[in-house]
Design a protein around this ligand. Structure first.
Ligand SMILES: *Cc1c(COP(=O)(O)O)cnc(C)c1O
Length: 448
């Protein structure tokens, strides 16, 4: 698509609705929602995805934070590799342009753009929880006094278990070693100043800051640039779990100097349930042969790999962290989605995303009004959030949520009273958001 055209059109949109989103500019009407869709150059991407049905009708799908939708092209990308397997069998490893031996390279340009990294800093591999462990092996080396890890309180369970068991693996006590930062009394999200202060307070003992880039529960984006800078200033490293950030918010990992990161491809990256994860390792470690790692043959110097000799020599960059030969079928589905991201452009998607989530926020505030039945805990500042809004529902709870579902809205419920809604710019429209708002209104009337 012509991206320059998009910028022009967004500027046209922003003449009436500034990106900073003054609520007064939005309107609670179907006509308005439709007019936004008519002006949206990203609108056609919706037709590239398959939607689940609720009672025979296409769902309003706000659950891309958990599992992104299937691109229509995924089947043909997978079929191509099934055909290659059928027709070429073992020769598929070295046959043609997309030889499996080199297949990891194919996803690099799109991943580099999404992560804000150099191509040699990223590689698709393994699953997210496995990658967290492998990266910790290299980047968490407690030495003497410097052994502590700063993380956010209430991190995703896999991340908590990973930190706990990594710390124990080094013979340390998790309670003494992991410093969890919590929101202030009466607040739901973390203040950057509090994170930076904790880094400063623990400067002599701090080995690592390892936290989410975008918090899965609250939807808050952390200031990865400032956090990385502060960690480096006290001689610690900074790594991020980007499960909810990749494909959702713009990232500049290389320029921010982030040491390492990992993500999954099945949330905003729409690559299919449990599909391949990826890692980022900053260029400064591209030739750091001395870093400890748990190696496999696929991270070994490519030209020498088939000599099958002793003595691990890591490949340059992130590739040197690979263990096993590429999961070709997984990468095929991943590529179907990455090609859509390349066509759309992450910056274009972000512009739409800010408008779309702003619209959802506006409608929720209108509906909740004075009653305060819905409380958005995701930061109001678009820079501090992606597409997801997390709401506390103070009355009606799960009944309201179940009522949405009956009317075709797929969202996400977190015990005891949090609803997470993620209108994604690739396959959600302003009309989806409007229709959801009407359903929300009716559900609240019934149960709250
Ligand atoms: C989704 C998610 C995971 C899931 O890990 P898998 O290894 O893909 O099962 C881990 N951490 C975070 C922060 C997540 O959001």
């Amino acid at each position: 698509m012509d991206k320059s055209n998009y910028i022009y059109t967004v500027e046209k949109i922003t003449q009436t609705i500034p990106i900073c989103m003054e609520n007064t500019q939005y309107q609670f009407s179907e006509e308005f929602a439709k007019s936004m869709d008519a002006k949206d150059p990203m609108a056609s991407f919706k037709s590239e995805f398959l939607f689940p049905k609720v009672d025979g009708n296409e769902a309003i799908y706000f659950c891309g934070n958990s599992l992104g939708l299937q691109p229509k092209t995924a089947k043909e990308y997978l079929q191509k590799e099934l055909d290659n397997w059928a027709n070429l069998a073992v020769d598929g490893h070295f046959h043609g342009e997309d030889a499996w031996y080199h297949i990891r390279k194919k996803s690099k340009p799109a991943l580099a753009a999404i992560l804000g990294a150099e191509e040699h800093e990223v590689v698709a591999m393994n699953n997210l929880s496995s990658n967290l462990h492998f990266l910790m092996v290299s980047f968490y080396q407690p030495t003497g006094q410097k052994s502590k890890i700063i993380t956010e309180a209430g991190a995703f369970p896999s991340d908590m278990y990973m930190l706990e068991t990594q710390v124990k693996f080094h013979g340390l006590d998790p309670d003494q070693t992991i410093i969890e930062i919590s929101p202030r009394e009466g607040e739901h999200t973390l203040r950057t100043e509090d994170i930076l202060k904790a880094i400063e307070t623990h400067k002599d003992e701090l080995a690592l800051v390892m936290m989410a880039g975008l918090q899965y529960y609250t939807g808050q984006v952390f200031d990865m640039k400032a956090i990385t800078k502060a960690a480096h200033a006290v001689g610690a490293r900074a790594g991020f779990d980007l499960a909810h950030a990749a494909g959702n918010v713009p990232l500049q990992l290389h320029d921010w100097g982030v040491d390492f990161a990992t993500w999954c491809s099945y949330k905003y990256l729409n690559s299919g349930p449990g599909n391949v994860s990826g890692i980022y390792v900053h260029e400064r470690y591209a030739e750091a042969k001395e870093l400890p790692r748990f190696a496999g043959w696929w991270g070994h110097e490519e030209g020498e790999r088939f000599k099958m000799e002793k003595g691990f020599v890591p490949m340059y960059g992130a590739d040197g962290w690979q263990l096993a030969n590429s999961n070709v079928l997984a990468l095929a589905a991943h590529q179907a989605s990455l090609d859509i991201f390349e066509k759309a452009g992450i910056d274009n998607l972000r512009r739409k995303s800010e408008l779309l989530t702003g619209y959802l926020e506006f409608l929720i505030r209108q509906i909740s009004g004075e009653s305060g039945v819905l409380e958005i805990i995701t930061p109001k500042n678009p820079k501090e959030r992606g597409c997801q809004l997390s709401l506390l529902i103070h009355k009606g709870g799960k009944n309201v949520f179940d009522e949405f579902y009956k009317h075709g809205v797929v969202g996400d419920w977190r015990h005891p009273n949090v609803i997470r809604l993620a209108p994604t710019p690739l396959y959600n429209s302003f009309l989806d958001v409007y229709r959801f708002a009407r359903i929300l209104e009716q559900s609240l009337e019934k149960f709250a």
